[in-house]
Design a protein around this ligand. Structure first.
Ligand SMILES: Cc1ncc(COP(=O)(O)O)c(C=O)c1O
Length: 382
């Protein structure tokens, strides 16, 4: 699926220098390397503040808590995401409400969100948490309108979307992380911009949210050992800040290479004659696409096929990596049964969970490797 060693070989000397510098300064928790990364990251994203944290999961909690989301409040999000998108809402003390996805983008459906907001449970909703799944921006044209009309906070789960962009109606490109009231990124090692361990970050244009996030990530301290609120320990460590700062210089180039890989997959699949228009597959494959007016970060290249499980087994036997993001929608997870949803609650998410298959994608993936992947898929499906 992913060969991180190819990237590391190119960066070895720079990364070792950055790690050595942290050892020289002995600033292991936050410190100058994290502050420098936060500054450079905020500049690159075009956002006022970036606050490093210890993981994407913690960053989601931190973004929600710093934006004032807590007990007695509800947050609407998607059932088709990584577990943390929902568990972070619970960790913040709020209640998640789920709404179905759009079948073409796999992202939270604005129409489904509006139906939830207008329904019997919509009264205490204070925020919407769209996920930019696979690196594709959620429908921000609609979510910014809904947020404004109803006075709701918008918290982005941008864990998979470093470098993704959305275009305002006036034609201005805005990056994931700079769209909502606050956003959370993950730098888990498989992400487009990745740390050498767990790390995450909150971004916001609000001075107030940034200040609260900085306070909450250090046990609610503004002054050392004086605790204004119950926060938590969710700080980024110095090694991660230093390594991320090195990688930040290359991320645009790597994302460009991901675009090239995605384009090559498109061309190779079209040449097989197996591509179907979708949104649902019949006998062939439905390809991912870039929503008009946005820039996909191509964190994942996810196809849809009705014979997904058989195909995956066929690929595994040929030592070709693939992955299912995600096999069980969140409303059907054992830990979330108490939310009261059941099979059939979100038909689009449930169907997607049976049909999606993520193929290898990373900047250094070679054309001959992609040819092997597509040839194997074509062999199975035809
Ligand atoms: C959509 C989404 N949200 C949240 C997270 C949580 O990030 P982390 O693994 O860094 O805690 C991830 C990463 O796995 C993710 O993909």
């Amino acid at each position: 699926m992913l060969d991180l060693k190819r990237q590391y070989r190119q960066l070895h000397n720079e990364v070792m220098g950055a790690v050595g510098h942290v050892l020289e300064t002995q600033q292991f928790i936050l410190g100058e390397s994290v502050a420098a990364f936060e500054k450079a990251a905020a500049e690159q994203l075009g956002v006022a503040h970036a606050v490093g944290s210890s993981s994407g999961t913690d960053a989601l909690w931190l973004a929600l808590a710093a934006a004032g989301i807590g007990p007695g409040m509800k947050v609407v999000t998607t059932p088709f995401s990584f577990f943390a998108s929902t568990s972070a809402i619970l960790r913040a003390g709020a209640a998640p409400l789920l709404a179905d996805i759009e079948p073409t983008s796999f992202n939270l459906s604005p129409a489904a969100v509006e139906a939830v907001l207008d329904g019997p449970l919509g009264a205490d909703v204070r925020a919407i948490l769209p996920v930019h799944l696979y690196g594709q921006i959620a429908d921000w044209t609609s979510f910014s309108r809904i947020g404004k009309e109803r006075g709701l906070k918008l918290i982005e789960d941008a864990a998979q979307a470093w470098g993704a962009q959305w275009m305002t109606p006036k034609g201005k490109a805005v990056k994931a992380g700079a769209l909502g009231d606050a956003a959370a990124f993950s730098f888990y090692p498989t992400k487009n911009l990745s740390a050498a361990g767990d790390a995450g970050m909150v971004t916001t244009n609000s001075d107030e949210i940034a200040e609260r996030a900085r306070m909450l990530r250090q046990h609610g301290m503004r002054r050392r050992y004086y605790h204004d609120e119950i926060g938590w320990n969710t700080r980024m460590d110095g090694f991660q800040g230093a390594i991320l700062q090195v990688k930040l210089k290359y991320i645009d180039e790597w994302n460009q290479l991901r675009r090239t890989v995605a384009k090559r997959y498109h061309a190779l699949f079209h040449a097989t004659g197996l591509v179907e228009a979708g949104p649902y597959p019949v006998r062939g494959v439905v390809l991912p696409h870039e929503v008009h007016g946005t820039r996909h970060a191509w964190h994942q290249y996810v196809i849809r096929t009705s014979r997904r499980d058989g195909l995956r087994q066929f690929l595994t036997e040929r030592k070709i990596g693939s992955e299912i993001y995600y096999p069980v929608p969140l409303h059907l997870q054992g830990a979330l049964k108490f939310l009261g949803y059941a099979e059939g609650s979100f038909p689009e998410a449930e169907r997607a969970a049976h049909e999606v298959l993520a193929l290898p994608i990373f900047p250094e993936l070679r054309e001959d490797e992609q040819q092997t992947v597509v040839a194997a898929i074509a062999e199975f499906l035809s």
